[in-house]
Structures are given as structure tokens and as C-alpha cells.
Design a protein around this ligand. Sequence first.
Ligand code: G6P
Length: 374
Amino acid sequence: EQINKGTYKHYMQKEIHEQPESLNTTMRGRLIRGGSSNGKNVLLGGLKDHLRTIRRSRRILFIGCGTSYNAALAARPILEELSGIPVTMEIASDLLDRKGPIYREDTAVFVSQSGETADTLNALEYALDNGALCVGITNAVGSAIARKTHCGVHINAGCEIGVASTKAYTSQIVVMAMLALAIGGNTISNQSRREAIIDGLFDLPNKVREVLKLNQEMRDLASQLVAEQSLLMFGRGYNYATALEGALKVKEVALMHTEGILAGEMKHGPLALVDENLPIIVIATHDSCFSKQQSVIQQLHARKGRLIVMCSRGGAASVCPGGASRVIEVPQVEDCLQPVINIVPLQLLAYHLTVLRGYNVDQPRNLAKSVTTE
Ligand code: G6P
């Protein structure tokens, strides 16, 4: 495996741009598109002896830290939809602080790029002690989490050097979407949905290639935002995670205070911050939450918010009351895969903001790629 920057200036930049390829590697050999209409399926070899137990579990817990937690949050809705099993989210350190109850009937899914994060590893020991079935989703073959879990899936995204995780995030979401397909029953009622997701997965690398063409546009946006002190990102549904992860990227590399906000919570506090100066990115691509996001945009607009709206391609008119906002148009994909597309412009924004502000892109101040102490 080639671990150099090639023609890129920074590893983070390289890793953002190689996502079409890393996603292909993640899916290679795992998606089956047979000739007949019911021939489309998912094959995750590392889970095959445990799928029956996972399907019978009373609850699935997603456990991780940082970007890995956000990736699990992005996949939660599709896992709930296809499996019908309650899915709860746990930040590893918080689970341990609370000693939250875990049972033998639970499946605990540990998501970690490095497979070595101390908090996630400690949470794994705790879940093992409590008798849960433990599944690992990691990028590092032979890592502690890969070794100690009962079964798992490697994301195969290739080595990630930049401290800010980018390609591992999108590959983690894709693996968890495949996990949802593998756990969820293949019934007549959900067959067309499953097929749409599998077709969407096959086409996803092409769509990521398209969204990467926004590079220059995101550099321009970065130059407008370079001197700001704060930035807000609003998302909901599938893209609540996108708001959290976009904000984490800008915060960790560009060292700009950025907050990811669940749009449904807007009236319970964040609305007080809105004025003509604070830039707000609203993620409003087309899905079942779209009309609610339109209403959020209208309310922010009515309070003279400085809006930057991310919408589905061709949808600018439907998200832009009075044409006042700046718009980022992205390709539309199956709703549960849209977070993979929507994070890319925000990764690019974080990257360009960092370069323009003159900070270290690949080694942000005070941060480490793998946090192996509590
Ligand atoms: C550190 C890294 C993050 C990463 C987090 C979890 O904070 O800087 O990029 O998301 O650890 O790491 P993991 O390897 O468990 O995914």
C-alpha cells in the first residue's frame, strides 16, 4: 500500500479525494447483484456465524468515540428501519462513567478506525464481562478491538494518516449500511427498498466523485468564513450525524468554534444565537425530513440568519426564501446513503479553512490519531 502524499499537499486532502476508491475497496466482494431481481444481497463473511444471534438480540448498542461515533449515528436510522431492533448510541467513556446496563441479549457494536482507542476498548471489556455479543467494525486488521470482539467487519478503507478522520468515516457508514442489510430480513415488503440501497451503494463512488467537484466552491466559501469565530451546522434525521461530524472536522483542524445542532432542537436554545453575523450551514437535502428543514430555514431567515444551505442538486429554489442564502448543491442518492455525500463538502471546507488560517492540517494542535489512554 502506498502511503505517501502523491500529488497532494496534505494527507487529509489526499484522503478526502481518494474516497471514491476507498469506498470501492470497502464494498469489494460484499455486494451481490445477481441476474434475477431478488439476487441482490450483501455478504459480510466476518459475521456469518453470528447473524442469527444478532437478529434475535433485544437491543443493538453502537459504541465509539469521535468520528466513529458520528458514523454509527449516521447509520442508526437505516439499521432501525431494516432490523426493527432498538438501536441505542453510546459514547464509550460515558457508558463506562455510568456503568450503563448491558445484557446477554444485547449485541454491542464497537466502531473504531484504529481499533485501539482506550475508552472503546475498555467499553468492550465491560460488554464482554456482561455477556453481550460483541461485534467490531475497525480499519486496522489485528487491532485490539478486532481481536477481542466475537466477530466483525473490517472497513478496508486503507491506511489513514491525517489525524482528522475522513475516508474512514464514509467507509464506516457504508459498512454499517451493509450491516443493516445483512441483519434486516429479506421480505417481500422491503425488497424494493433493499434493492434501491444496494443499487445506491454500487453507484456511490461515482456520486462521491461528482461531489468532490465542489472543491473550488468550498475553497471560496472557506475564504469568506476564514476570519469567523464561530459556525453552526444544523441537520436532522439521517443528517444529524453530518452536522456533528462537519462541526467536528472544522473544530479539530481549522480550530474554529463550530457546533453541530439537531435542527429539531432549534427552538430550545440555539435560536437565541441567530443574528446577521453568525454563519449557519443548514443541511436540507431531499428526504422525509425535508419539509421540516424548509420550515427551519424560513424561521432562521425570518431572524436574518446568515444562511448557507446544502440542498439536493436542482433544489436551490425550494430552500432559498427570497434568494438570500448561499447554496451548496450536492448529488442526491438514496436517503440513508446521503450522509456519505453530504459530509464531503464539509470535509473540504474544514480542509481549506485550515490551510487559509495557516494551521497544521495533518497534526492538529493537542490531538492524536489514536487515543490509547483514558
Ligand atoms: C481520536 C482521533 C479521531 C477519532 C477518535 C476515535 O480522537 O483524532 O479522529 O475519530 O480518536 O478513534 P477511533 O480510532 O476509535 O475511530
